[in-house]
Ligand binder design. Structure first.
Ligand code: DUC
Ligand code: ZN
Ligand code: ZN
Length: 475
């Protein structure tokens, strides 16, 4: 064996137990007690520590053109930061252009990723931008053949789909064994509220929340669930943030439909209050928190936590999409020097390095079990996106994507000192975590040593996804 991690507590989605973990050729080769190292084996003492599967962040926007600029973290800086927070696989979004077959969009994007040098393994979802012709719809099949089995439609934005196109995408996905994700917000109500606010001179970040409030998101969630039921398709609601949506997912699952939901740490830890004044003591203005969907009220936050506990929420992901503070300032003065407003702020926040530390810290404080934290951060995303044949658990035969976690380590986020992405600020500034990763291995190679990124650009490999066909909420 190449590596032996000794004396730690292995955590899986189902149980925690004391064991040694052996690694050979990048795979987990044995799990047991008193495993003996070979002559050349590197032995790592994990006494008092936990041995966890690396997290799988199923929702990132690296180097994505959006809001008149490009997301600050590229495929290297973003994945480097991910590794330093215990994430070992990311699923990024390929945005299909109008008239561009999805497989061509995939090739275009993957070339950029490879050139930038991903630090950890990666795969993609296709962001559906055009299903208006049979060829465009059929290009989903080629993506599935190439190992991309999940697609995302947007119910908002100019590049979003209408309900008919959404329905057709769902039907086609059901036929070819693919999963459809959805960004669920009611575009028409959102547009109408924006028009009214701007006409009344309401331009501050608070109105971003008001125009994308609980009902705007909740109605779209209910509609998305109904469309999936009608189409006989499975559905994955991304970045779920509202109580009505949690209820829609829970009800559909109770009826036996394969409907799943993802939430993000920002919806579990922050509320709409951040849009009033920001958090000035951390150098954060209200506009720094502008992301879509925006954070909601306490009732929705409580519903999301409850959804995690009951299983209505299956996964945790970041929606990492960072923009510089100077770009966030476009909400005050636009790039061209004219007055800005809440609609001219690039949407998105950082989080790629903070997801696993956040949810593990919540587990460490007793809010959920460590097993649940592992389930929603690693095991369930691997199953839903068809990569559980190689990732998502500490299991013999799987990739040695391993995090050693010290439950006693205290960590306070300081963007300038201990974060590893390219952004000039973070909404996680000064947040304190109870416990922190002290090592991250990607296919058996150390990429984070507890302080710094120690891997190399280009270490990350493309992960092929298997077809997914869910007949029920169990998977
Ligand atoms: N929401 C964001 O905040 N950023 C990118 C795309 C999205 O839907
Ligand atoms: Zn989205
Ligand atoms: Zn997103």
């Amino acid at each position: 064996m190449d590596l032996l991690i000794k004396g730690g507590t292995v955590v899986t989605a189902k149980a925690s137990f004391k064991a040694d973990v052996a690694v050979k050729n990048g795979k987990i080769s044995a799990i047991g007690t008193n495993l003996k190292p070979g002559k050349k084996t590197e032995v790592v003492d994990a006494k008092g520590k936990m041995i966890l599967p690396g997290a799988i962040d199923g929702h990132t926007h690296l180097a994505m053109p959006f809001g008149g600029t490009i997301a600050t973290d590229d495929y290297h800086t973003g994945t480097r930061a991910a590794a330093c927070g215990g994430t070992t696989t990311v699923f990024d979004f390929v945005l299909q252009g109008v008239g561009e077959p999805m497989d061509a969009a995939l090739a275009r994007r993957d070339a950029i990723c490879k050139e930038q040098g991903p630090a950890i393994d990666y795969s993609y979802h296709i962001g559906v931008g055009d299903v208006t012709t049979p060829e465009m719809l059929a290009s989903m099949d080629e993506c599935v053949k190439q190992g991309i089995t999940s697609f995302k439609v947007f119910m908002v934005y100019d590049f979003g789909v209408d309900d008919g196109q959404f329905y057709e995408t769902l039907q086609h996905a059901a036929k070819i064994g693919a999963l459809v994700g959805v960004h669920a917000e009611n575009k028409h109500v959102n547009d109408s509220l924006i028009k009214k606010c701007l006409a009344e001179g309401k331009t501050e970040a608070w109105w971003h929340y008001v125009t994308k409030n609980e009902d705007v998101a909740g109605e779209a969630c209910v509609r998305a669930v109904n469309l999936a039921k009608m189409a006989g398709a499975s559905l994955y609601i991304v970045h779920l943030d509202n109580e009505q949506g949690v209820k829609a997912v829970a009800d559909a699952r109770a009826e036996g439909y394969p409907i799943f939901a993802e939430t993000c740490p920002q919806y579990l830890s922050l509320t709409k209050d951040v849009y009033k004044n920001g958090i000035p003591e951390n150098g954060l203005r209200a506009r720094d928190f502008v992301c879509s969907p925006p954070m909601k009220g306490k009732a929705s936050q409580d519903a999301l936590w409850n959804g995690i506990k009951t299983g209505a929420v299956s996964t945790l992901a970041t929606d990492h999409c960072p923009f510089l503070q100077s770009e966030k300032d476009w909400g005050i003065t636009k790039k061209d020097g004219t007055p800005g407003n809440f609609t001219t702020i690039p949407n998105g926040c950082a989080g790629i390095e903070n997801m696993y530390p956040y949810i593990l810290s919540e587990a460490n404080k007793g809010r959920i079990s460590f097993e649940k934290a592992v389930e929603i951060s690693a095991t369930n995303p691997a199953k839903l996106f068809g990569i559980d044949y190689c990732k998502g658990a500490i299991e013999v035969g799987l990739d040695a994507d391993i995090v050693i976690y010290d439950p006693k380590k205290k960590f306070v986020v300081k963007n300038a000192e201990n974060q590893h992405g390219a952004l000039d600020h973070t909404v996680w500034e000064n947040v304190e975590f109870k416990g922190y990763p002290v090592a991250t291995y990607s296919r058996g190679k150390l990429v984070f040593d507890g302080k710094d990124y120690v891997g190399q650009a280009g270490d990350g490999q493309f992960v092929k996804c298997k077809k997914v066909k869910f007949k029920s909420p169990e998977f």
